[in-house]
Ligand binder design. Structure first.
Ligand code: ZN
Ligand code: ZN
Length: 263
């Protein structure tokens, strides 16, 4: 094992030991919901600050995908109310049930870095496929669209808080996919947490409405990753770019669409 591998291993083990020391919090039935809300709001906060600065600073506006789309307090408050409502009324009872039937296990050893990266990527690819199929179906069957997915499309110029601005069925479906994947792949609980954080960050980034030189799609080569521009076009054009993150499923189904909306 190289020096850097043993440092990374030590870091993950110390992090995992710290979590194991917080058993009362970590094993609480409220932990998953509080964790999900905290990560979500923390990912949205920097983008919400940019939304505030956007109309005062040209420098920020330069990176906005739809510069004409204004985020108002009414829109932001509407999204926040829905997010809290869905978490408290639906995710919390389900989380308590899950805790009752499947108590949290915490093995003494942390996973190694390579297996964390491998498992997080595998969970993301699986989630991408599941959401692509769910999403395609909910656009092709009009009553499914009207009953369950239309709510997420009411805002055509996305901003970070619109990420989880969905109906109950869509929120439950996405939560199910993101919970079942680490279980299917027998991931370590720490890997599961890394996957949740990455998954929430990437979906917020895709709805952020900003395109920066360091945005994930510019870091992944060969146009394999869609990102904010890709998902913004879905909200604008409806019948394209169904996959949340990667581009291979849209390429395969002929639904991949590229267009610079700033021009
Ligand atoms: Zn859609
Ligand atoms: Zn969306």
């Amino acid at each position: 094992m190289t020096n850097s591998e043993s440092t990374q291993r030590l870091f993950l083990q110390s992090l995992w030991d710290w979590f194991r020391d917080q058993q009362a919090v970590f094993r609480s039935p409220f932990f998953p919901v509080l964790f999900s809300l905290t990560v979500y709001l923390s990912c949205c906060l920097p983008y919400a600050c940019l939304d505030l600065l956007c109309y005062r600073l040209t420098l920020v506006r330069r990176f906005k995908i739809q510069p004409q789309g204004k985020v108002t307090w009414v829109m932001a408050w509407g999204c926040l109310r829905k997010i809290f409502h869905n978490h408290v009324c639906f995710l919390l009872p389900l989380s308590v049930l899950h805790w009752y039937w499947k108590p949290v296990v915490s093995p003494p050893l942390a996973p190694d870095v390579l297996s964390v990266v491998k498992d997080v990527l595998a969970c993301l690819l699986l989630f991408d496929m599941q959401y692509f199929l769910w999403h395609l179906l909910h656009h092709k069957v009009s009553w499914l669209y009207r009953s369950f997915h239309k709510e997420h499309h009411l805002i055509t110029a996305t901003f970070s808080l619109t990420t989880e601005n969905t109906g109950v069925w869509e929120m439950l479906s996405l939560s199910f996919f993101s919970t079942v994947n680490p279980a299917l792949l027998s991931c370590h609980p720490l890997t599961e947490m890394f996957f949740f954080i990455t998954n929430i960050y990437l979906s917020v980034e895709a709805h952020s409405g900003y395109e920066f030189p360091w945005s994930p799609h510019r870091l992944v080569p060969f146009g394999l990753y869609g990102g904010a521009q890709h998902h913004d076009l879905h909200h604008l054009r409806f019948k394209v770019n169904y996959a949340p993150y990667f581009t291979h499923w849209d390429r395969l189904f002929g639904t991949l669409h590229k267009e610079d909306t700033r021009k």
